[in-house]
Design a protein. Structure first.
Length: 177
């Protein structure tokens, strides 16, 4: 799991985060996977790309879940850079024989419609020419529910984590045996 604060359980106990819940579900289902959470709060796609080669070498994953891009968008980074970084991470993962699930992010509309639309499209564009699966926005069922979001309006609460897990699980199950 290569992500940012959404996957690093920002503002809640790590044990309550959706990635920890994913690990428990995989164990419960007796699937032959171990979850490694390499998520860092504040991570950008460029930071993830820098760290990915070493993570691939150390862990030799069968599946790589990428949940990055939100911080790129919040900082107004160039969309081409985001798309290129995501595509490069997918390519590196597939070259190491891992399947890839890319979880798209959404951003507030304060950069304008052009940037917001281009940001949204960058995730679909990043998987072109690959075998990667484009998942759903993991916060789709929680982002607009104030009771499920922390006071900053960006990070989900502990109560939202099982909902996020279910969203991701629907996409991840396509890659599991």
């Amino acid at each position: 799991m290569l992500g940012d604060s959404i996957s690093a359980a920002y503002g809640i106990n790590l044990e309550e985060g959706w990635v920890t819940l994913l690990a428990a579900r995989i164990e419960q289902e007796r699937l032959p996977y171990t979850v490694v959470n390499a998520s860092i709060s504040g991570e950008t796609s460029a930071g993830g790309l820098r760290r990915l080669p070493a993570l691939l070498e150390i862990h030799q994953p069968g599946i790589v879940i990428i949940e990055l891009g939100g911080n790129d968008g919040l900082r107004g980074y160039p969309i081409g850079q985001l798309q290129s970084n995501l595509h490069h991470m997918i390519t590196l993962s597939e070259e190491s024989e891992a399947q890839v699930l890319l979880l798209p992010m959404e951003i507030p509309p304060n950069f304008g419609k052009f940037y917001t639309d281009a940001f949204r499209a960058s995730f679909q564009n990043a998987i072109e020419g690959s075998q990667a699966v484009l998942g759903d926005f993991p916060l789709k069922d929680v982002a607009l529910e104030a009771a499920l979001m922390q006071g900053d309006g960006i990070h989900p609460t502990a109560v939202a984590q099982p909902i996020i897990l279910e969203s991701v699980w629907q996409n991840l199950s396509q890659l599991l045996p």
